[in-house]
Design a protein around this ligand. Structure first.
Ligand SMILES: NC(=O)c1ccc[n+]([C@@H]2O[C@H](COP(=O)([O-])OP(=O)(O)OC[C@H]3O[C@@H](n4cnc5c(N)ncnc54)[C@H](OP(=O)(O)O)[C@@H]3O)[C@@H](O)[C@H]2O)c1
Length: 347
């Protein structure tokens, strides 16, 4: 894109205006716009095509220590995404390259020369998967599910794997990879439609609808030999219930606790943790970024499953650009998303 054309562009952005208390409100956001500047020598400009909307965003809005610094008040909201390079003064990136990275909730991402390597910006190969698959199975949630299951869970063929948030981004990868590795897989999800989908379309052995019945009864019915691996995406009562059904040497993967993210009181910890003692079991957390140097291996493996028809990737793509960001983010906490939640920004 020429300098003259760049100068005509307006970058619409969403910034964090206030730290939310409980569920995020409209007033926690500020909409701004800026001109798009010519990149400096070594830098580039990416046009955002689609953003990844993640439960972790809720945590990034809070003050306090975590695995990553909080988003500052007044800063563009942090977000992963995919886009296309529209201006480049960097020899490693050409105009037209498809890329993934962390553009933030804005239409254009100006990557300063000293940020190109540090920002995690990377070219993506659209022969391996579509743009939105690069935000799902081939992207951050897929890497989380893959390494959480394989590295922390260490599944063996014949074992029983239970995964909550089963129809979501991480959950769909966990269940499908566990099936491919020869495990019996039981999902937990909210609603009959999601449960039917993970069983009929993804090939899970069963799925427990936690909104329509008792998780305890569902586990008794569908995990008659107990639970060897529990991949926990939701925390709270569901974690506590699964803990009552684990086997000796079970592995509990603590990936997230979405049921707790909007709490105004302390996170409810598991009451039944002594089950770990009785069963000589372990509970271990995962942070996906620790596996960044091994992403290419997992991407190659899962792209092979996608191409071979052994794996599916479902994204829930919402239209509306950055203006639709606040309302769309809330869908994660009501369970209105069906599959990986993606906000389309541009064609
Ligand atoms: N540790 C890491 O590195 C890492 C990386 C990525 C994601 N995560 C975590 O992984 C989890 C899943 O993330 P995702 O991106 O795959 O999201 P997702 O599952 O695609 O979407 C969130 C889903 O959570 C479920 N949910 C919402 N409120 C709930 C509640 N109160 N109780 C039970 N389920 C509830 C809803 O599904 P239902 O309709 O089934 O209720 C909703 O669709 C999150 O906890 C996230 O923070 C961790």
């Amino acid at each position: 894109m020429s300098s003259a054309t760049l100068a005509t562009l307006v970058n619409h952005q969403v910034r964090l205006a206030a730290r939310p208390v409980g569920p995020v409100k409209a007033g926690d956001w500020q909409f701004t716009e800026e001109p798009v500047a010519e990149p400096a020598e070594g830098g580039l400009v990416v046009k955002t095509l689609a953003l990844s909307l993640d439960p972790a965003m809720r945590g990034w809005m809070n003050e306090g220590k975590s695995y990553i610094a909080p988003v500052g008040i007044g800063e563009v909201m942090r977000a992963g995404g995919v886009g296309v390079v529209v201006a480049s003064k960097n020899a490693d990136f050409a105009v037209g390259d498809a890329v993934a990275g962390a553009p933030g909730v804005q239409e254009y991402w100006s990557v300063a020369p000293d940020q190109v390597k540090r920002s995690g910006l990377a070219k993506i190969d659209l022969r391996l998967g579509t743009l939105t698959q690069w935000l799902n199975v081939l992207g951050m949630p897929g890497m989380t599910g893959y390494f959480g299951l394989m590295d922390v869970g260490q599944p063996k063929a014949g074992e029983t794997v239970v995964v909550s948030g089963a129809a979501g981004a991480v959950g769909q990868t966990v269940g499908q990879v566990a099936k491919i590795k020869g495990c019996r897989v039981v999902g937990i999800a909210g609603g009959a439609a999601k449960c039917e989908w993970v069983v009929k379309e993804l090939g899970f052995d069963a799925c427990i609808d936690y909104k329509g019945g008792s998780v305890r009864d569902g586990l008794k019915q569908h995990c008659p030999d107990g639970v060897d691996i529990y991949f926990d995406n939701v925390g709270g009562e569901i974690l506590d219930t699964v803990l009552t059904r684990i086997n000796r040497k079970a592995r509990i993967i603590i990936c997230g606790a979405i049921s707790q993210y909007n709490n105004t009181t302390a996170v409810a910890g598991p009451k039944n943790y002594l089950s770990l003692l009785v069963n000589r079991a372990r509970m271990e957390g995962i942070v996906v970024f620790d596996y960044a140097d091994r992403y290419p291996l997992a991407i190659a493996e899962m792209a092979g499953y996608l191409k071979g028809g052994r794996m599916k990737s479902k994204e829930d793509v919402v239209e509306g650009g950055v203006a639709a960001f606040p309302g769309t983010l809330n869908k994660l906490f009501t369970g209105e998303n069906f599959g990986k939640l993606v906000l389309k920004i541009a064609d």
